[in-house]
Write a protein that binds this ligand. Structure first.
Ligand code: COA
Length: 226
């Protein structure tokens, strides 16, 4: 078994923990989080050991970033890269009952939860999170730090750009493209390309909210990470 550190004391960490415990591939040795208020607490029996810089005290441990928002995962990945963490250290956390066909690829640091279906030619980048019962079909390309919430369904040939966020039970018509840092609201049916940074909701999906939703959250995350 390989030692594993979860980065981020979050709800996603709790979900990843269950996947990892069932797989017997990894032994979780702790959680790292820069929030000092969490030091010494536990998540399902696993201790929050301290700050991200502790990665160097466990040089043989693999890592997985367990933070729900892709923009935040990207910031943490960048911080870890600056202190010398390379892709080789990132684990893939894939539920044991999820089939990854030979023509599909799951990138370093990605998390794939229970009930996810990957049909054929599906490519997931780095630190992608795919939540329960999402269905990805032929030729889907999901770029790094994207988040697909529970029940998302992608038609064939859909492209999802970096840090995009697709809410629960949203559906995307075949060959549609979703831009970088775009948000698709839960329950939406997306028929046309969604431009970078915009938030679309509804059936059929349309622009409903100002892009400030995403950029405000990113600014808050950036200031926390400094
Ligand atoms: C789209 C989304 C990001 C907007 O969040 P927000 O910025 O907090 O927006 P608000 O809740 O303030 O809603 C703003 C408006 O959009 C509407 N709205 C929000 N989400 C909507 C959705 N999914 N579908 C249709 N309308 C929606 C609200 O009714 C509100 O309309 P109003 O201004 O006429 O009252 C959010 O509602 C969403 O769908 N998030 C995904 C949730 C999810 O999948 N979570 C999984 C966690 S594991």
């Amino acid at each position: 078994m390989t030692d594993l550190l979860l980065v981020g004391a979050s709800g996603l960490a709790r979900e990843a923990l269950n996947v990892v415990r069932a797989s017997l591939e990894f032994r979780v040795i702790g959680i790292l989080d820069d929030n000092e208020g969490r030091y010494g607490t536990t998540i399902d029996g696993v201790g929050v050991l301290g700050a991200l810089s502790l990665v160097h005290e466990h040089p043989s441990a693999s890592l997985v970033i367990c933070v729900g928002r892709g923009t935040h995962r990207a910031l943490i990945d960048e911080r870890l890269r600056r202190i010398g963490v390379t892709d080789k250290r990132y684990a893939r956390v894939i539920h044991s009952a999820v089939d990854v066909p030979r023509d599909c690829h799951v990138g370093a640091g990605s998390i794939v939860l229970a009930g996810v279906v990957l049909t054929s030619g599906v490519i997931l980048g780095r630190h992608v999170v795919v939540m329960p019962n999402a269905t990805l079909t032929h030729g889907n390309r999901v770029e790094s730090f994207a988040t697909l919430c529970a029940g998302v369904t992608l038609g064939g040939g859909v492209r999802v750009a970096e840090e995009a966020y697709l809410g629960m039970n949203s559906a995307v018509r075949e060959r549609v493209r979703i831009g970088r840092r775009a948000t698709l609201g839960m329950g939406a049916a997306l028929l046309h390309d969604l431009p970078a940074g915009e938030t679309w909701v509804g059936v059929p999906a349309a622009r409903a909210l100002a892009p400030v939703v995403q950029s405000k959250r990113l600014t808050e995350a950036e200031s926390r990470s400094r």
